[in-house]
Design a protein around this ligand. Structure first.
Ligand SMILES: Nc1ncnc2c1ncn2[C@@H]1O[C@H](COP(=O)(O)OP(=O)(O)O)[C@@H](O)[C@H]1O
Ligand SMILES: [Mg+2]
Length: 149
C-alpha cells in the first residue's frame, strides 16, 4: 500500500469542495489516514512548492496557496499515488478530462482546486511538511476485502 498527499486548495475550500473531494476518495475505496485544516504561511508554502522557485507563476502561486485555509490529507491505498493523481487530472483544468476533479470543477490553471503528490519521493516529502507521526490513524475500512481481491 502507498500513502499519498492530497490538499484541497483555498479555492476548493471556498467553493465547498472539501466534501466532494473526500467523497470521491472514499468512493474509490481509498482511506484517509490523516487530515488537517490549516492556513499556510509563506514559509510553509515556499517549502511545499520549493521546486517551482524562480518560475513566473511562483509568486502568484504562493499568494494563492496562502490566501485561505486548505485541507491537507494523507490518503492510503494500493497504487494511491498514481491513482489520486489521475483522479485530480491535468494541472491546467482546461486540459483535464471530465471525470477528474480539475476537469469537473476548474477552468483556470491558477485556480485548480486540489494538489496531489506526483511521486513517492514527493509524497513522502510533502506528508512530512504537513503531518507528524502521531497525526496518522492506522485502521482498515470494513469494506476493504470487497475493494481488494
Ligand atoms: N502556468 C501556470 N500559471 C499559473 N499557475 C500555475 C502554472 N503552472 C502551475 N501553476 C500552479 O502551480 C501548481 C504546481 O504546479 P505543478 O507542480 O506543475 O502542477 P501540479 O499541481 O499538477 O503538480 C499548480 O497546481 C498550479 O496551482
Ligand atoms: Mg506538482
Amino acid at each position: 500500500m502507498e500513502t499519498t498527499f492530497l490538499m484541497v486548495k483555498p479555492d476548493g475550500v471556498q467553493r465547498g469542495f472539501i466534501g466532494e473531494v473526500v467523497s470521491r476518495l472514499e468512493e474509490r475505496g481509498l482511506r484517509m489516514t490523516a487530515m488537517k485544516m490549516m492556513q499556510l504561511d509563506r514559509e510553509a508554502a515556499k517549502e511545499h512548492y520549493a521546486e517551482h522557485e524562480g518560475k513566473d507563476f511562483y509568486e502568484p502561486l504562493l499568494k494563492y496557496i496562502t490566501s485561505g485555509p486548505v485541507v491537507a490529507m494523507a490518503v492510503k491505498g494500493n497504487s494511491a499515488i498514481s491513482l489520486v493523481r489521475d483522479m485530480v487530472g491535468e494541472t491546467d483544468p482546461k486540459d483535464a478530462k471530465p471525470g477528474t476533479i480539475r476537469g469537473d470543477f476548474g477552468i483556470d490553471v491558477g485556480r485548480n482546486i486540489v494538489h496531489a503528490a506526483d511521486s513517492s519521493e514527493s509524497a513522502e516529502r510533502e506528508l512530512d511538511i504537513f503531518f507528524n507521526g502521531s497525526d496518522y490513524q492506522e485502521y482498515k475500512r470494513v469494506e476493504e476485502s470487497w475493494v481488494y481481491e
